[in-house]
Ligand binder design. Structure first.
Ligand SMILES: [Zn+2]
Length: 152
């Protein structure tokens, strides 16, 4: 049993695996990743998971995520696990965490917010990590993470 799992996880030689993405969120995750179009990418959708029921998973060969990409994915899929593969081995495994301060990652949905008319770096604070609610530090409006647009 554990050997089967091992083979699945180690299917790429070098690269990144994002596992335990809540089923249905993979499209948003792929949107965030700055893929050039020539990477080897494997996507699994609605796979069975003991941990979270149904999950999505993505494996990208020869790619390490930038801090921006990791933080952005944490916003969309905070339950995901990030796995770095080196030479078919798991080199690093980490649970994603919602960043408390979110700078320059999301656009404020409030059209009257100053960040939408001036060249200002958007700043949000995580106000509720259960519901993934964030608050814009400029206009003070609160949004659920699903309501905001993630910059690319
Ligand atoms: Zn705002």
């Amino acid at each position: 049993m554990s050997q089967v799992k091992q083979i699945k996880v180690n299917a790429i030689k070098n690269g990144t695996v994002i596992d335990h993405i809540t089923a249905g969120k993979i499209r948003k995750v792929l949107d965030i990743l700055h893929l050039e179009g020539n990477e080897v990418v494997m996507v699994g959708m609605n796979l069975f998971s003991n941990k979270i029921g149904r999950k999505d998973i993505v494996k990208i060969e020869n790619k390490e995520l930038s801090e921006f990409e990791v933080n952005s994915i944490a916003l969309i899929a905070p339950e995901a696990t990030l796995i770095i593969i080196k030479d078919f081995e798991v080199a690093k495994k980490a649970h994603l965490q919602l960043p408390e301060h979110i700078e320059d990652i999301i656009n404020c949905p409030n059209p009257k917010c100053i960040t939408n008319s001036e060249p200002i770096i958007s700043k949000f604070k995580l106000t509720d990590d259960q519901t993934s609610q964030v608050r814009c530090l400029y206009c003070e409006k609160k949004y659920l993470i699903d309501e905001v647009k993630i910059k690319k």
